[in-house]
Structures are given as C-alpha cells and as structure tokens.
Design a protein around this ligand. Sequence first.
Ligand SMILES: N[C@@H](CCC(=O)N[C@@H](CS)C(=O)NCC(=O)O)C(=O)O
Length: 228
Amino acid sequence: MKLYQRPGFPNPARIHIVLAEKRLGRDVEYVDVDLIGAEHKAGDFLAKNPLGVLPVLELDDGTLLSECTAITEYLDNLDGNPVLTGRTPREKGTIHMMQRRAESEVLDAVGHYFHYATPGLGDALQAFKSREWASRGEWGEREGRRAAAGLHYFNDVLRASPWVAGDRFSMADITLLAGIWFAGAAGIAVPPGLEALQEWLARVSELPSVRERGGQQMLPEDLRRLGF
Ligand SMILES: N[C@@H](CCC(=O)N[C@@H](CS)C(=O)NCC(=O)O)C(=O)O
C-alpha cells in the first residue's frame, strides 16, 4: 500500500494514528505530496483524488481510497477486528454518528476558518479556492466560532462518557483530536473551562499511537513557507 500524505497535516495524521493502532505502519510506503506548492491540484494527483486533498491510500491492486473515514474503515477491517469503526451494529452506528459530528462541527469548521479567514496554505493554493475567496473572510470567521461551539459540545459529551463514542477509543476520538490539533495550528484556542475535554485530551495524548504521531512535525520547509 502507498499513503499519499504530508507530515504534520491533520488529515494525514488521522491515518497515521490508525496505522499505529492497527500495527500496519510498516506495511505502507509513504509518498510526500507538496501541499503548499499545490502539487495536489495538478493532474497526476487529481487522477488519484479528483477532490485534490490528502490523504489517499493506494492499494496494491491499484484501488484508490480517499476520505479518512473510508481509509480508516478499510484498514480497520483488514484484521477482522474493527475496533476503531465498530464491531457491533450499535457500535458502528454510534461511532459513525459521533465521528461525523467531530468532522463537521470541529475539524471541517476549523479548516474553513483556516482557509478562508487566514492566509491558509499560502498564495499557490488561493487560486484553487473559491472565486469569491476575497469576500469569504466573514464566513471563515463564523466557522471559527462554530468550531469553538463544537468544542463546547464535545466537552458536554466527554463529561458523560470517557471517549467520544462511548467506552472505547474509536475513529471519532481520532477525528476530534485532529480537529483540536488543527485548531491550535490555525490559532483557535480551546475555550477556557472545558475541563472534560482537556482531561480527555491529556488521556488521548498518552496513547502510544498518538505519541508516535506526536513526534511527526511539519517539515521545516513547510513551516518556513507558512511563515512560522
Ligand atoms: N474530508 C477529507 C479532508 C482532506 C483534507 O482536507 N486534507 C487537507 C490536508 S490536512 C488537504 O489536502 N488540504 C489541501 C487543500 O485544501 O487544498 C478527508 O477526510 O480526507
């Protein structure tokens, strides 16, 4: 298998955690795609994912999987023990629901803030975003506030349950974690007083799969090009 990715970016990081959880990290060849140089918007990559986003998993038979949820489902089922996406109908339904909420209310909202209310990934990328780019700053700001509201929602969830989708670590936790990492990079602070969320964050950060990925920073050239 080949994973088209970029170190330190939040969506590829979701799959790095999955690979570590499933002990599949060594079965994958990692192919870096230059997001800041807009390599993912050029023909070769668009042939792999017409939506022009990372990550993409290419199977040995040439099958191309994109969308983190789809890639996670594939990897999770390889060993017949899909602990991350659910083993029973009830687990599957609950994890799917909570994952989607983490994606839409936090991770995607942060992404919209980052791309539309800040310089995002820089000049090379702006040309590929909406033609109304310049007028979308206000919408981007609103999305930032929506992400903060999403974090309040998940604080309530985590006051009632140890993990995002119940009593086990799952794909829903991975999505929320990626959203919080992305929020930090985009300059959205976790609102004060969200103690259950902070306790969960401390616990999740200690998981071996997450610690392993935690060592994976953005490439120095990417940090430089983004002005950090
Ligand atoms: N829903 C997609 C999101 C993928 C995504 O937005 N990836 C980011 C990297 S973290 C990307 O490729 N951004 C480039 C861009 O927006 O041009 C998934 O689950 O894989």
